[in-house]
Write a protein that binds this ligand. Sequence first.
Ligand code: SAM
Length: 334
Amino acid sequence: MSIEMTRTLEQAWNARLHSGQLERIHESALRLFYGPGEVHPRDPLASWAIDGYGSSLWITEWEGESAPASVEEIRKASEQVYSREGYRGAVVLRRPRQGIPEMPQLLWGEAPPPSFRVVEHADGHVMSFEIQLLEGRHPGLFLDHAPLRRWLCCSGKLAGRRVLNTFAYTGSLSVASWLGGASEVVTLDLSRPTTQWAERNGRMNGIPVERSRYLFGDFFEEVPRLARRGDTFDVVISDPPSFSRGKKRTFSTQKDLVDLHELLFSVLSPGGVLVTSINSANVPWEKYERDVQQAARKLGRKLKLLGRIEQPESFPSHPVNPKSRYLKGFIFQS
Ligand SMILES: C[S@@+](CC[C@H](N)C(=O)[O-])C[C@H]1O[C@@H](n2cnc3c(N)ncnc32)[C@H](O)[C@@H]1O
C-alpha cells in the first residue's frame, strides 16, 4: 500500500473534520473523498470516490485513462484510514467507461444490512432516507444535492406551495420540499422500483398519503398530460440524467434543454419557482442559461434568478480537471 494514498485520504478526512462537515457522521451521509476534484488527474486516486453512509463506506471507481490505484490498494488504504474512525465495512462499485457496472461487492469488513436509514440535518430540519448498498448500483441518495435539499427545506419559498418533482429518483427533493412546508408533492420518475422507494422515503418523513402522488412514467408523456389537464404547480423541480432513453424519445442535456424547459414552463403556475439542475460537465453554464431563457421567451415568461445550484464543499473541483465541476443549476421565479 502506498503511504501517499493513505496520506491523501487522511488529508481529505481532516479537511472535512476541520470544516465541521463530519458531525454525527455515523448516522448521516457524506462524501469523504472525491478524487476527480481533490487530486491531480494523474494521481492514482483521481478516479476514485469514497462516501460514508452511516457506518459503511461506498467506494466508486470511474474507469479512466490514467493509471488508477488497484482495488487491492484501495482496500488496504481505506481500511487503514476509516476503520479507526469507526467505519465497519466497505462496498465497492466499479463504473466502466461504457455500459452498465457490475453489482457492488463487499470490499472489507462487515456487510451492511440490505437497507438502512441515514439522516440529513438542514438548519434544524431532519430528513431520513433509505439506503441500499448491496442491492443496486446506487445507494439511493445523491450526496451532491445536499445544498439544494437545504434550500428546499429552509428557504421559506415552499410554504403552502404545490410541488412537482420530476426525474425524482428516490424522492429526496420531494422530502425536502415537504419539510419546507409544501402543501402537496407530486413525484415523477421513469423507474417503478425507484418510485416505490420514493414513496417509502416520503412515508418515513411523514408526507401524508392525501398530500402526495407518486407517478411512474416518462417525463415526455406525463408532463404534457398534466399540462393538457391544466394541472399546474407553484414549484417545478427538474434534475434529469445527462442522457435518457424513454418510451417515446431519447433525451440529452447537450441537445434537448430547450424542449425540456418548455415542458417545465407549461406546468409552472404564473409567478412560480423553477428549480432546474443538470449533471453534465460538458454543458457550460452560459449555454444552459441561454437554453432556459430561450424556452422562457417561447412561452412568454420572464425569469428572475433566485439562486444557483452548485456542488457542496465535500465535492471540490480541481482547476486542471473541468470534469470535476459537473453539477449546475438555477432557481428562477417566473
Ligand atoms: C439524476 S437522477 C435524479 C436524482 C434526484 N433528483 C435526487 O436528488 O435524488 C435521474 C432520474 O431520472 C429518471 N429518468 C430518466 N429518464 C426519465 C424520463 N424520460 N422520465 C422520467 N424520469 C426519468 C431516472 O430513473 C433517475 O431516477
